[in-house]
Design a protein around this ligand. Sequence first.
Ligand SMILES: [Zn+2]
Length: 349
Amino acid sequence: MKRLVCVLICMLLASSAISFAEDAYIPVYTLDDLAAMGRSPWGRYRLMNDIDMGSVEWVPMPFSGEFDGGGHCLYNLRVVAPGPDSRITRDGNRKEYDTVFLGLFSVLDGASVHNLRITGAYVATENTGHCFAAILAGMMDRSSVSAVFVSGRVHMTNRAVMAGVAGVVGYGCGTLDRCEARVELVFEDRNLESRCEEFMGGILACGIGTVNACSVDIDGYDSCHGYVHNGGLVGMYYHCGMEYDEAPVTNNIISGRITFFEENPDRRAYCEATVGEPLSKPTRTNGNIDTFESQETKNYDVVLLPETCEVPAYETLVTPPTAASWGYTQHRCSGCGYHWTDSYTPPRG
Ligand SMILES: [Zn+2]
């Protein structure tokens, strides 16, 4: 009898341990907790509260686990250098490039990220190597991103060939569902020696997969001495040699504009609301709505930037938080009216 009881108790303990393991998320409360994800990148994590990331220059890390944002916000993310890892990317001719990545994550590999907000991000690089930069991840490989909101600025000063900027993900394959991007994207091409392969998209700069029910408000600036692949939603839709099938690009809402030039005697200048260049065809493209504007210029001497004054004059206006709303600092040029916001502060309530 004693043995039977022991066996029963052992079985109970074992089954509860299994169900605990199935439900177990590692809680993320602090910036240190967030950085620790890089040491066990295959884990399951849940963000437990908002985190101010403004005190560090964040180092992008590869991630292959699950990250549940719990509806919380990472604010004031600042990324000014690529992560330590690199991957091969391929252009429309499947030419290969050893490439580095900027974002909260460098590469999402078989990862799932959902229900997360990233507010007031600043991602900037002056890259001599091939590079993709975005707010959530520079690259994704067979990953799922859903209900992720990003806002902020991504600015690339490019001296390489294969390069792109995006709101949510730079390059790759997977699913992007119910994401929202309110972004300013800038691509300044300083490589005058060779023609770059440039990509820009509010959600995804270059890649393939499902893009469904996303919302974009984009303000893009692209000065390119190579080949432009720009989309309000997706810059170029193509498998790029990745083993991933065409999928629906449906029910997205795209507003804003991309102002660009393509200095190239072989000019193609892809710039469309939904998909800039559909080198692969999405299986469906119904339900996409846009008020997107493609604004091409032909003056190749003037770098296209959101700030247009020769001598900008910035005024700083701090809006304090209230019980229910976020505070922030706005920087506004009194000459041209260009402005951005940073230094978010959480509601007091
Ligand atoms: Zn100005």
